[in-house]
Ligand binder design. Sequence first.
Ligand code: TTP
Length: 598
Amino acid sequence: MPVARPERQEPRVIAHVDMDCFYVQVEQRKNPDLRGVPTAVVQYNSWKGGGLIAVGYEARKFGVKRSMRGDEAKRVCPDIQLVQVPVARGKADLNLYRSAGSEVVAILSTKGKCERASIDEVYLDLTETAKSMLLEAPPEVLDSIPEEALKSHVLGLGSDANKEEDVRKWLSRPDADYEEKLLACGAIIVAELRIRVLQETEFTCSAGIAHNKMLAKLASPMYKPAQQTVVPASSVPDLLASLPVKKMKQLGGKLGSALQDDLGINTVGDLLKFSEQKLQDYYGINTGTWLWKIARGISGDEVEDRLLPKSHGCGKTFPGPMTLKTTTTVKHWLNQLCEELSDRIQSDLDQNKRIAQTLTLHARAFKENELEPQKKFPSKSCALRYGASKIQEDAMRLFESGLSEFLNSKNVGWGITSLAVGASKIIDMPNGTTSILKYFNEKCSSSNSSDCSDALLEESNHAVTFISKRDDENPRSIAPTESTFHTKGLSEKNANVKGTILGYFSGCSSSDQRSANKIDIEEHERMAIASELKSNPNPNLNTNNNWGFNIEEIDPSVVDELPLEIQREIRGWIHPSKRINTGKKGSTIAHYFSPARN
Ligand code: TTP
């Protein structure tokens, strides 16, 4: 349920930038012959010409819509060019589009706090840049205002033959209040950014510029493609008065329907008729207040400083005759999806040092010969283990668990029409591990053994991500949950957790030893470690800490062999009062971390 966030007292300038028919633009850049030609991108499959997932603006003029399949689009627009999404593992491979999106983010993020909201959407908090502009070069003293800014649609300004002149006046009004002057600066900054995006990437985008995220997001699609819309505070009541409830983010589903049914509300503006108390009576304190505020265009949501995606997901639909009807076919496709997911989280780890903690499986399903309304296939989550085969194994168990719940012990035929796996709860790799990782990678590459470096990298990454390296012949069951996985603090369990540094130490010795180093951590413990690390990213390695490392048992000779910077790093973690004990029986790191040595 939505919750109203506290607002900042100071005015903000927020932009929502959305690429125009994004996948089509990416394909048109790749193949310039498609420019100016009706084009759509279709998802790979042979059923009725594949499903359209992006439709170019030239094709939209002919009535081509995303809901159509390729065959239908051809009927509506015989000249349409249908480009297949690149395919890998029998499903769409979106890497081309993802990296094109990153090119744009790199440009947009130069002017303010930037939140990558999806593959082709970004929020920007331009408040500070707008303030500086207002101080140093306000629009009224500029010799010329960029043409693109003059083409802005300023809500409430009306539209007539002199639109650009009106916009020029609006942007440079010396008597405007501070809030609107900031917004005018925001409009100029966004126009300049959009020009840069076009020059540097060949992509056009549209934008909304307002005082908060909600209004900016509402405005960006109002005039598309390649245009921008400004929402002055004075225009908000009119904007919301006619806005259908279902168009508002978070009101598209059940809550929006409930508003229509309970209160007879059709537009967001209709909410103004109800007091905050009344809305709270109906929908609870938080949602009631949120509704009361959005009716007035008030939203305190902050732009998060995040250039990387919040989660990774990959899915595939199986429409019509492609429906999956056996566990064997489900397993086949889950394996493909999990391989891709594994590649993506692994490269996120390698490139960005980020760890995903939760694996989720979603599916759409039906039961055969069922007359009653279809129950939804429940989404299932569990702790995420790195490595494609582990993810495949866990995803299949999540599927089986979801299916048995979905079928409710009935012995009926079933079909799966879509499958998706996701990796979420992504956290930054804890501080203090990167230099060790670097050291061992360098050490191995300098040894000129590609086998060593590859294997070590894998081992190191696993160690960093607290992988539970289980014996394959003795897999532990996972407990799928419908919601996110709840963890128990390690301190509560006083768990004797072994991991991380082990991977580095053992990794450079020999591959046999590496494989013998099966770090055995319960999944919930691993989750607990990760969340501990999030709140305390540089934990001390002493016996009392939540990691549960027994420093007494670490062989100092191993630490002594490391370069000074690494020694310092490790010793910095060790509580000074816990001096290393060299004489203890079985006290080598290999002994401590490697069951095989016992
Ligand atoms: P959108 O931003 O929703 O749409 P768009 O960029 O194609 O067009 P518009 O100019 O109207 O914003 O989606 C961005 C890309 O995401 C889109 O080009 C293709 C992909 N996509 C899918 O693959 N499946 C979907 O259901 C949707 C909505 C989008």
